[in-house]
Design a protein around this ligand. Sequence first.
Ligand code: ZN
Length: 500
Amino acid sequence: MSKALDELKQYLETVNHYIRATNLLYWDMKTKAPALGLEGHTNTLTYFSTEAFRMQTSDELSSLLERLAAPEELKELDDMWTFVVKRMKRDYDRNKRIPKDLYERFVRAQAEAGFAWEEAKNASDFSVFAPHLKNMITMTKEITGYTDPDKEVYDALLNQYEEGMDSATIDGIFEDLKKELIPLVSQILSAKQPDDGKFKGVFDMDAQRKVEKLLLSYIGFSFEKGTTGETEHPFTMEFSSKDVRVTNHFHEDMPISAMFSAIHEGGHAIFEQNINSDYDGTAAGNCTYMGIHESQSRFYENILGRNKNFWIPIYDKVGELLPQFKDITLEEFYREINHVRNSLIRTEADELTYCFHIILRYEIEKAIFRDDIDVNELPALWNRKMQEYLQITPSNDAQGILQDMHWSDGSFGYFPSYLLGNVYDGMYLDKIEEELGSVDDLLKEGRIGEITKWLNEKIHRYGSTRTPREVLSAVCGKEVSAEPLIRYFKEKYTALYGIQ
Ligand code: ZN
């Protein structure tokens, strides 16, 4: 083995010790640590994560990567290490272009904007957040000028979260969705709505925890390579393919919410658990493409989890754990998990109206970075678009423009990846039906494992080594298109709501 590669492996092993310690602390602080202990842990966490960051940006790493990227060294490397060296070098060079003082100012501004956002949201007063938002926009533009000098700012931002994606492509996809789905949503909203009375009440929390475990096992989450916890906001955390953890939030009065969070985070986790374990601890390991990652969580949550047949093999077991469900027929449950409502809050939206929550945010981000719209005009723009797409206007900023924290930490360009995930899912669904047969039948017969195996082999095991475009071309043989997702929505919801 090349000497430089050997050195890189040893170097990464040390970096990974720091990262692992950081992650373990973070997990513990989020799930178990008592409130008064947090401060001490925060100091330790800062120590380990600073050390990891220092090693990831050191001159020593730079010269190691330089040596390995030389043609005579590179040609000796296998596919994985070729990818890892190129990827690390690209990211290193990119980050190195950001002036240190600018980066430090950005981190500080992020923290301040986060506090201001929380305060603004609690007071439902956009003016508290506006100056911070303006600052985050200015600094984001400045940083992007260094990292991606040749790209238009918003395209550079999109590309950060979903490599190879640009606004010209997304414009086409989102316009198709708008053209077909605005009329569909409008028809649904004026159709007869299902009665949700049976879903109101108090549902035992321990029983809900058992349902979470049942669902995770059912979809293929491995408890030998993973565990669960409880947090305010559900998330997935991976240490390696052999230790991937999910969290959930249980509410006494919202059992369905926790079920679908479990399936969603389970989808993220199944992805990470099935990445080739040789990639552990390298840049090939966990998947950094947000659209591709969301396509997995959303495939389980929506395409599978919101299909009636998904529940046929397990619905009785759910009823044994949560006795109130014995009085709810599978048909009633199916209607409720696909109940289309023009709600104000993105995270509570059904799979269909969800599209518009994202399209609206995407169009506002474009207005920010392309048209230089004045920040003070954003709430009004938000409300106008809500009315246009979902026929509803927020009565305050907390339920409108202040609802998500993404912009407070400068995550501009992140939102579209959620919807891109759904768009990819339509394409996977077509391909699975072509190769494995009807998904309805597979689910009804309890053969969900075959679908998981298909996803493992076609998508999961490659980790980060295939870009989104490469995934779609290898798996579906096509460029990205909204047509399959639109067809799926139309077939499903015209039947559900009896629309001609
Ligand atoms: Zn997700």
